[in-house]
Design a protein around this ligand. Structure first.
Ligand code: SF4
Length: 334
């Protein structure tokens, strides 16, 4: 599969005229480049730009550079991350920044193998950082980039070996010296022009060589398999007099690990719900999981094992949004 010889030139030309102004796109020589890119890349995993933006700005108010973040701790970081979800990213960001500051003297390693050893950094992020920080010739293959290439060659994504496609076309793709900008430009082009649902083909400056645009037989995108909904029972012990709820970090759900939740169990016929009051049913999504929740409560003076009392009205501790949603529901039980 051969791509057009001038693809990088055309996409860069589009990018130069149309790119969004984003706070992490600082100048190539800016000393803040590595920190801003790390922070934004971690925040943008699974999160849209508009959602990440206020978190990014707020983070900088508390931690203006790599060094200040490296001196921080998980509790503070999680509090700032509250509401952004996928909290593992916050822990990994902190761990990665600490390693970069201590082991690499606040510089990004030059070899991809070393970058990939940093916590929370996979193939995509490693390549993106390699291009952004060291201007290395590489492509970071995210969902946007896959979609753009797949449309250009008019083939379904799952029928394309993207690494092979890049290797075959490396001479033309890396003809430019602006490797950092090209990685950014490809993603931006996918986000703003070659969009998932309605690509803007008529304003697209590569349409004359785009297989999807030119073909009468356009490939059909395979629909993503939606995660199945799972049923959970949530049991809230409430200390009525003090308006507190018992929360525990001891659960084995495979998500929200090590975070404070009420007692929660996957719903089975073995759940003992006999002495519990049913409160409500609601749906919730956590990471890529869909949950159908039955919420139960009981008043209790006794703290259950491995739990702590938390005020329903506000805490200094980091509390995940899922738990806060439950707080709101049961706040006014009498
Ligand atoms: S012509 Fe349409 S499908 Fe092809 S790259 Fe441009 S926007 Fe995407």
């Amino acid at each position: 599969m051969h791509l057009e010889n001038n693809l990088s030139k055309k996409i860069l030309a589009w990018y130069d005229n149309n790119k969004r102004v984003l706070p992490w796109r600082v100048g190539k020589k800016s000393p803040k480049k590595l920190y801003y890119r790390l922070l934004s890349e971690f925040m943008l995993q699974q999160t849209q730009v508009k959602t990440a933006l206020p978190y990014f700005e707020n983070f900088l108010l508390h931690f203006p550079d790599l060094e200040s973040l490296s001196r921080s701790n998980e509790k503070k970081i999680l509090k700032l991350w509250e509401g952004l979800g996928y909290y593992r990213r916050a822990r990994n960001l902190l761990a990665t920044v600490k390693i970069i500051v201590k082991k690499y003297n606040s510089k990004l390693p030059k070899k991809i193998i070393d970058i990939k050893k940093l916590p929370g950094i996979g193939d995509y992020t490693a390549n993106a950082l390699l291009a952004f920080i060291h201007n290395q010739p590489t492509i970071a293959i995210d969902g946007n980039v896959k979609r753009v290439f797949s449309r250009i060659v008019n083939k379904n994504e799952n029928k394309i070996d993207f690494n092979k496609l890049i290797e075959t076309n490396k001479k033309s793709l890396f003809k430019t010296k602006r490797h950092s900008d090209f990685v950014e430009a490809l993603m931006e082009f996918g986000a703003l022009v070659c969009k998932p649902k309605q690509p803007e083909c008529f304003i697209c400056n590569i349409k004359t060589t785009c297989g999807y645009f030119k073909s009468d037989k356009k490939f059909k995108q395979v629909k993503k398999i939606q995660p199945k909904e799972k049923n959970y029972n949530v049991f809230c012990y409430i200390h009525k007099k003090t308006n507190k709820i018992a929360l525990t970090k001891k659960h084995d759900l495979g998500f929200l690990n090590k975070f404070y939740l009420p007692l929660i169990e996957e719903a089975t016929t073995k759940n003992k719900i006999k002495n519990w009051n049913f409160h409500s049913n609601f749906k919730n999504s956590i990471s890529n999981k869909k949950l159908n929740i039955n919420l139960y409560y009981k008043f209790s003076l006794k703290l259950p094992l491995q739990s702590e009392w938390f005020s329903l009205k506000g805490n200094n501790e980091f509390i995940p949004s899922f738990t806060k949603k439950i707080f709101k529901q049961i706040l006014n039980i009498n």
